[in-house]
Design a binder for this molecule. Structure first.
Ligand code: GAL
Length: 333
């Protein structure tokens, strides 16, 4: 009898703790705890959906990491709010003799149905950012481990910030910043191990490039070249990926500098009742990178217009695709 009561009590305690940790909202700009209570480390990230599960990959910049390695973390979620840390799926030593303070940034993972491989692209560079290449690492499982394969310049062009775009028909594209020319959108090869065909060169000097296909139009967003400092990010639209692209316009009040963030991806959530497009941006903190944060906000989008509303806590139902603001009783951190 005693044992039974004890078991019931501990069961209640465990469920209460689990329940207490469950997040009901996304709080843009605040510390975003994963299911273990640690601030999510997935900066400059990318997201794919496999079945009902979202995987979020990004730069792991936690305190105390071994500086000889570069790390990419992976988190999974079924609701886009509660994320489980799946480990550092990349822990890589300098793959190409790049020297001290070499760079692995903005990892993006694509799943290839034919080869059943998870193919990760990332920006690979030396500390002067002169190499301007993409690197590729491959895994059989979403949560790694990913093994390094090679690096190259896509279509022989410089490539710094990269973005990923998977169209509604499943075709996979890489967006990359080519400093002398602008930013390019290019189709991946069948096995995703190469960048095969240029769709567009947008002659705007922008990075943090992201694209979404919504209601018959392509929307591309990007940031100006101001390093870790935020700037007013902008968008353009086109009827096809090949263009013609409109002029770039602000996505938020310019004086807020995109609410202090920089674009990394646009996530399309197609539910039973609505489609929500989420702007996913990074608030970089160069002097305390582990504390870099995120601005995720559902967009106001349609008929050639795109706007990131003022960041406030919000919640999403991934089944219906609907989102709403929530009252936020929690203290800011
Ligand atoms: C930003 C870029 C980041 C990182 C940073 C380094 O412009 O978007 O990914 O490369 O510069 O200064």
């Amino acid at each position: 009898m005693k044992l039974k009561r004890l078991l019931t009590l501990s069961f209640l305690l465990v469920t209460a703790t689990m329940f207490a940790q469950k997040l009901e909202a996304i709080r843009p700009g605040e510390v975003w705890p994963d299911e273990d209570g640690n601030h999510i480390q997935a900066h400059g990230g990318g997201i794919i959906k496999m079945g009902k599960t979202y995987y979020w990959y990004g730069e792991e910049r936690a305190k105390g990491l071994d500086t000889n390695f570069r790390y990419v973390s992976c988190y999974s979620s079924n609701d886009l709010m509660n994320w489980k840390f799946r480990g550092d799926v990349v822990k890589m030593a300098d793959p190409e003799n790049l020297g001290r303070r070499w760079v692995l940034e903005r990892p993006k993972v694509f799943y290839n149905k034919k080869t059943r491989k998870y193919v990760m692209y990332f920006h690979l560079d030396d500390r002067t950012y002169k190499l301007a290449r993409v690197g590729i690492a491959v895994s059989d499982k979403p949560d790694g481990p990913f093994s390094y394969v090679k690096s190259f310049r896509p279509l022989d062009h410089e490539s710094r910030d990269i973005g990923q775009f998977i169209d509604d028909d499943g075709t996979a594209y890489l967006v990359f910043e080519d400093r002398p020319f602008g930013f390019r959108i290019a189709k991946l090869s069948d096995d995703y191990m190469n960048v095969e065909k240029e769709m567009s060169l947008i002659k705007a000097h922008m990075e943090g490039g992201a694209i979404v296909h919504y209601n018959g139009l392509y929307y591309s967003i990007g940031s100006a070249l101001t390093g870790w400092n935020p700037n007013p990010n902008k968008y353009a639209t086109a009827p096809t990926l090949a263009g013609p692209w409109t002029e770039f316009k602000d996505i938020a009040p310019p004086e807020t500098k995109t609410y202090g963030s920089q674009s990394t991806m646009l996530i399309k959530v197609t539910g039973k009742k609505a489609i929500t497009i989420i702007f996913m941006g990074d608030i970089w903190k160069p002097a305390s990178q582990w504390d870099s944060r995120y601005i995720w906000m559902p967009l106001t989008i349609g008929e050639g217009k795109l706007w990131v509303p003022e960041p406030k806590p919000w919640t999403i139902n991934v089944k219906t695709g609907e989102w709403k603001y929530v009252a936020d009783p929690s203290p800011k951190n």
